[in-house]
Design a protein around this ligand. Structure first.
Ligand code: NAD
Ligand code: UFG
Length: 341
């Protein structure tokens, strides 16, 4: 019988897609979120997609007493998927202390509360940002971690280390998932990414430009050492990514993990340039994207893509959807948002 999973940050972008997959696979789901970057109506959207309503509690993980109390009251929770974090790279340079406070303290409180209540399975949202600019591509999990390029990136590196140490000292089993670049939205267009203010990331900026909400997409640099000079990333469909969380939590719940602390890359294994993204978006959606080449963005790496073989082999998971599906769903989501406003 699938157990009950606590999803922190479950009304957010990746969390909401993962709740859908968990509910569709028979898991009971409870979301906790402080709604600092999401809306409670996402709970209803998840219910519309799945026909099942997840539990929801608005709480801040930085409030120790509250998360302790929550875990004590919900002793039936068998595993936790921890998405809740602040995630804007640029903002983390403006407010580093806010980022360290939220992302580190939130994790520490959660780990302690799980320990107190005897909950032993944790899946953590990490990022390929921990590799910096890797020396070898595709990058695999054994590559050395580099100095983080932002306070946000550093919180991910530090959280991975904290989890590793905690696992050594306790009976916790944990999996850190290093996402490459998640994009796209659920095919229903009921849930997707809701960037607050001006988006930092390529795809939300691109879809808003195509919609006419932004005048022009800046392409940050065309002088990189890549075939067309623009930066290369491994974009992954958020619905594929959510399936990997199901595989990870199942691995822990069924005690199939081979080590108490494991790390997996979640990418497709293919890299695409910024211009590849713009051209593919224009072709599959038959919409023009006004764009121009600008200077490089400080802190950007040149290129990164994953070696996802470990996740393919050990989690039995593989990204299935291609760039066209990612960019079609991203546009469908932008159109759905435009109808609401
Ligand atoms: P998101 O902002 O959409 O979701 C995060 C959710 O956590 C939000 O709903 C927010 O309200 C909540 N939250 C933040 N701090 C909280 C706190 N202290 N207590 C309770 N709730 C809190 O972000 P996302 O894109 O879904 O990212 C999910 C996770 O994946 C994050 O940890 C992020 O760092 C990581 N990640 C994201 C990307 C990406 O490109 N989206 C890439 C790599 C890693
Ligand atoms: N880019 C542009 N114009 C834009 C935005 C981005 O040209 O307006 C370019 C960037 O220079 C880069 C590529 O598009 O070459 C992707 O940029 P994103 O900002 O979408 O993504 P990043 O790879 O910089 O970072 C993202 C998340 C991080 C996360 C990382 C790895 O923002 O939180 O992926 O998962 F750590």
């Amino acid at each position: 019988m699938p157990g009950k999973i606590l999803v922190t940050g479950g009304t957010g972008y990746i969390g909401s897609h993962t709740c859908v997959v968990l509910l569709q696979s028979g898991y009971d789901v409870h979301i906790v979120d402080n709604l600092s970057n999401s809306h409670q109506d996402v709970v209803d959207k998840i219910a519309r997609i799945t026909g099942k309503t997840p539990g929801f509690t608005r709480l801040d993980l930085c409030d120790k007493e509250v998360i302790y109390g929550f875990m004590k009251e919900h002793q039936d929770i068998t595993g936790v998927i921890h998405f809740a974090a602040l995630k804007a790279v640029g903002e983390s340079w403006e407010y580093p202390v806010r980022y360290y406070h939220n992302n580190i303290l939130g994790l520490l409180n959660l780990l302690n509360a799980m320990h107190e209540s005897g909950c032993k399975n944790l899946v953590f949202s990490s990022s390929c940002t921990v590799y910096g600019q890797p020396d070898e591509l595709p990058v695999s999990e054994s590559a050395p971690l580099k100095k983080a390029l932002s306070p946000y990136g550093n919180t991910k590196k530090m959280c991975e280390e904290i989890i590793e140490d905690h696992v050594t000292a306790t009976s916790l089993n944990a999996i850190s998932l290093r996402y490459f670049n998640p994009i796209g939205a659920h095919p229903s267009a009921l849930i997707g990414e809701l960037p607050l203010g001006v988006p930092n990331n390529l795809v939300p900026f691109l879809t808003q430009t195509a919609m006419g909400k932004r005048e022009c997409l800046k392409v940050f640099g065309d002088d990189y050492s890549t075939p067309d000079g623009t930066g290369i990333r491994d974009y992954i469909h958020v619905t594929d990514l959510s399936q990997a969380h199901l595989a990870a939590i199942e691995r822990l719940e069924k005690e199939k993990n081979t080590q108490p602390c494991e790390v997996f890359n979640l990418g497709t294994g293919s890299g695409y340039s910024v211009l590849d993204i713009i051209r593919t978006f224009e072709r599959v959606n038959e919409v023009k994207v006004n764009h121009q080449i600008e200077d490089r963005r400080p802190g950007d790496i040149e290129k990164v893509w994953a070696n996802p073989e470990k996740a393919n082999r050990e989690l039995g998971w593989k990204a299935r959807l291609g760039l066209e599906e990612m960019l079609e769903s991203a546009w469908k989501w932008e159109e759905a948002l435009a109808q609401k406003h």
